[in-house]
Design a protein. Structure first.
Lengths: 352, 482
């Protein structure tokens, strides 16, 4: 890896885990730690709490926090100021905004600002985190997306990520940079935001939403698996100019996801669980889809309705290309990953 | 290879629709880089010498609908489009300009065109010029040019021989000016394309595009009858300012498509001289007075017998005059810069879309001022009379009479025409205005590009072919890098 690394979204879920990984390695992926002497610049939003002394103790990697706003070109310039041929790992992005416009400002314009500023500093490779949403939903449960699947963006977020991918490719070509696009589906694991903890609570209380038959397939990615994918995308020569799906080894049926969480809560953590589901007919998700579309077309965004609209969809991908070309191998699967997530929540003093 | 008997199912990595300056440069550049390209053209595949230049035969063979198409509005504007392999370059006068730098800068600013400036376009203009070699007259100017230059000098204006895309031959005409032949697309980029392994399919109209897996499916009709299906990874639509937006609309793509259409409204004036001024094979001269540019300019127009007859059709005995006195007649044009005041809309069940354009007050002022200035220039150069095409003051015979000419063309004026239509799918990252991105990719679609005159954000105020070719070259090179 490069001597200098720029990490955006360092205060976010993926970014903070990646930061941890670069400084100390991760339990199953010790080799993703940056080489001793590496300079690491972390980009935080103004007002975000930044890297702690605890995290930077015991490491020879120097960490410099930079605060600013991706949508401000001058802030991006400042981020790269004085760096030489850095590597950019761009994890910042908006998933659940208040207004659809924010998707485009941050996800598209912000990314382009970074690439422009990066190219001036001689940045050779940029790894950017996209999503499953530019590709939409699988036509049937057994179908798997690969990197050749056509764009079919899901709502405003999907369109913003599609635009981000396409325009970033255009920019990288003009700027002579190697661009690597990483597409993770739904992720889970330590550092998860409150919305995911709420999901565990709902399952414990018997309110885990199950729409339709629950046999729809969802790819998920344990956060450390994703960090491995990002590290490979950043390091591997074959990754230049490529796109990769990075997920757990196999997709899971929705019902299995809920059952697994319930079983971990009960058996591993000895919690009382209600053994019930909030069973809703499949059309509820369809209704939510149209309500979501209507809200988004008005330029607004409602997180719960958006998430509900996706609950009965198949969103499943194949990681064959990342395995073949990068040697990506996810070591953590659903049960172990969920156990670690719940452990982390409890360690943080959260109640489920 | 020329495909004359196509199978009903074809497959190519890249398909380019339309073989005019945009499509031919795109196809040749991509094929030159080793890509597999199929170039599809609605019109016929005819060599440059299939007819005499600027004749009625040429209009029948190489123009869409024999050259008779009109944009509705008050007044309506007649427009002419090439429809053959090579498109507009096969029938136009080959006048070559680069778009003025200040216009390119306004596009970059107002439409947010990325990586776009006169300096960044330099290499693309140069690459096309190396193939096209635009050139002025090697020695003496034809009489039509001299008239404009003398008259302009007497009126205190400057007139220039604008380079044209022609080859000058060794033989001289009666005035001692070498004969010239167009360096059209069929003489340059189309043969380059074929030599680089490209496949050309003429006489094939594309009806519709549809997404197919991660590529596109093209529904087409060959020779007016047989249905064809073409599958491809990437499509470049280069069918011109009217048919590019119409095809996209028929394919369900409408965001900022065909909502703006610019054209450069033009009127023709014809001057009669006592002495012979028109010589067989003279072609069209590139002489232009452009000091009022980009608002308006005037210069030499096609003055073949056929074109003179059309230009004088409204005059009493105009056609007879054109036939009998054509050696003494020569036509000139006044061209205004266009606004974005038009639209193109595909109509279900019709082959041709509805084209509308409202000539603005400003354009009527430009044309009015231009007619007045040009009439004075021609009289100063010794014209006996000038046919203005106006309903009052049809014929002007003296400088004193020019005082009667209005500074604004009347709203009911019926002889406005154009050969330059553009801007119906403007480029840029500003998604409120632009249909395609900074390199021609249609917004919201992968693998679908437009690379022709439609993507010019506004009228450049000069003949657009040079700019179209440079943009097509730029877009193709970018495509190859991504």
């Amino acid at each position: 890896m490069s001597d200098e690394i720029i990490l955006t979204g360092a205060g976010g879920w993926v970014g903070s885990r990646m930061l941890h990984g670069l400084l100390h390695g991760l339990p199953d992926y010790t080799d993703i730690a940056a080489a001793p002497g590496t300079q690491l610049r972390c980009f935080y939003r103004d007002g975000e709490s930044s890297v702690t002394a605890e995290l930077t103790a015991d490491t020879e990697t120097r960490v410099l926090p930079v605060f600013g706003d991706l949508t401000v070109a001058a802030d991006c310039e400042r981020l790269f100021q004085g760096t030489r041929n850095p590597l950019l790992v761009h994890t910042a992005g908006v998933i659940h905004p208040r207004r659809v416009r924010e998707f485009f400002d941050t996800n598209v314009e912000g990314t382009l600002n970074l690439l422009k500023a990066g190219s001036r500093a001689g940045c050779r490779r940029a790894v950017i985190v996209s999503s499953n949403s530019p590709i939409g939903c699988n036509p049937y449960p057994e179908h798997r997306f690969d990197e050749k699947s056509p764009y079919n963006p899901y709502q405003g977020y999907g369109r913003s990520k599609m635009e981000m991918e396409l325009r970033a490719r255009d920019y990288a070509a003009e700027l002579g940079m190697e661009l690597v696009i990483v597409r993770p589906p739904w992720f889970y694991g330590p550092f998860q935001p409150p919305r995911q903890t709420l999901f565990f609570s709902m399952i414990k209380e018997g309110k885990g939403p199950l729409l339709g038959d629950g046999l729809n397939q969802r790819s998920m990615v344990y956060i450390d698996n994703l960090c491995q994918g990002l590290a490979l995308a950043a390091r591997h020569p074959a990754a230049a100019g490529q796109t990769y799906w990075i997920a757990d080894a196999e997709p899971y049926p929705m019902q299995t996801i809920l059952d697994t969480i319930e079983s971990v809560l009960e058996q591993d953590f000895r919690m009382d669980v209600a053994h019930k589901r909030m069973r809703l007919p499949g059309f509820v998700a369809e209704v939510a889809y149209y309500v979501d579309a209507a809200i988004q077309s008005a330029g607004l965004y409602h997180q719960k309705i958006h998430v509900l609209s996706e609950m009965n969809k198949n969103i499943a991908c194949s990681i064959d290309k990342a395995r073949r070309e990068l040697g990506y191998e996810p070591k953590i699967a659903l049960r172990e990953g969920m156990r670690r997530s719940i452990q982390w929540c409890l360690d943080q003093g959260m109640s489920i | 290879m020329r495909i004359t008997q196509p199978e009903s199912f074809l497959r190519s990595e890249i398909v380019v629709i339309g073989s005019g300056p945009g499509g031919a440069v795109t196809a040749a550049t991509l094929a030159g880089a080793g890509r597999q390209v199929l170039l599809v053209e609605e019109g016929a595949d005819l060599p440059q010498d299939s007819c005499k230049p600027f004749t009625l035969d040429e209009m029948r063979q190489k123009y869409r609908a024999g050259g008779i198409t009109a944009a509705f509005g008050k007044p309506s504007v007649a427009y002419a489009e090439g429809s053959c392999v090579g498109g507009g370059s096969e029938v136009n006068s080959g006048i070559y300009h680069r778009a003025p730098p200040e216009i390119l800068d306004t596009w970059a600013r107002d439409y947010k065109v990325d990586f776009f400036s006169p300096a960044l376009l330099e290499s693309h203009f140069a690459a096309c010029e190396q193939v096209m070699h635009p050139a002025g007259y090697p020695a003496s100017l034809p009489r039509a040019s001299q008239i404009l230059r003398e008259g302009a000098a007497k009126r205190g204006m400057k007139s220039l021989d604008v380079p044209r895309l022609v080859d000058f031959g060794p033989d001289l005409d009666e005035q001692g000016v070498p004969y010239s032949q167009r360096r059209s697309m069929s003489a340059t980029f189309v043969p380059m394309f074929l030599n680089n392994g490209g496949n050309l399919l003429a006489a094939t109209r594309v009806e519709k595009l549809a997404r197919h897996r991660d590529g596109w499916e093209i529904h087409a009709r060959h020779a007016g009858m047989r249905s064809l299906l073409i599958r491809t990874d990437k499509v470049f639509v280069c069918a011109g300012a009217v048919h590019t937006p119409a095809l996209l609309q028929r394919s369900g793509i409408s965001q900022n498509v065909g909502k703006t259409l610019s054209l450069q409204p033009m009127v023709k004036l014809t001057a009669e001289f006592a002495e012979p001024v028109n010589f067989p094979g003279m072609g069209v001269a590139g002489e232009q007075v452009s000091e009022f540019s980009p608002e308006f300019s005037f210069g030499c127009a096609i003055s073949s017998r056929a074109h003179l007859a059309i230009n004088l059709a409204d005059e009493t005995d105009g056609v007879a005059l054109a036939v009998n006195r054509h050696r003494h007649l020569v036509s000139y044009y006044v061209m205004s810069r266009g606004s974005l005041n038009g639209s193109v809309r595909a109509l279900p069940g019709f082959n041709d879309p509805l084209v509308r354009y409202g000539v603005t007050q400003r354009e009527r002022e430009n044309l009015g001022k231009g007619i007045k200035a040009l009439t004075r220039v021609l009289l100063a150069a010794g014209a006996m009379r000038v046919f203005t095409g106006l309903s009052d003051n049809r014929v002007i015979e003296s400088l004193r009479q020019t005082d009667k000419l209005d500074n604004t063309l009347p709203a009911g004026f019926s002889n406005i025409m154009t050969v330059h239509l553009m801007s119906s799918c403007p480029m840029g990252e500003d998604q409120r205005k632009a249909a395609v991105n900074s390199w021609g990719r249609v917004h919201g679609h992968a693998g679908l590009y437009v690379s022709d005159v439609s993507t010019l954000c506004t009228s450049p105020g000069v003949n657009p072919q040079g700019t179209i070719m440079a943009l097509a070259h730029r877009n193709s090179e970018h495509f190859l890098k991504v």
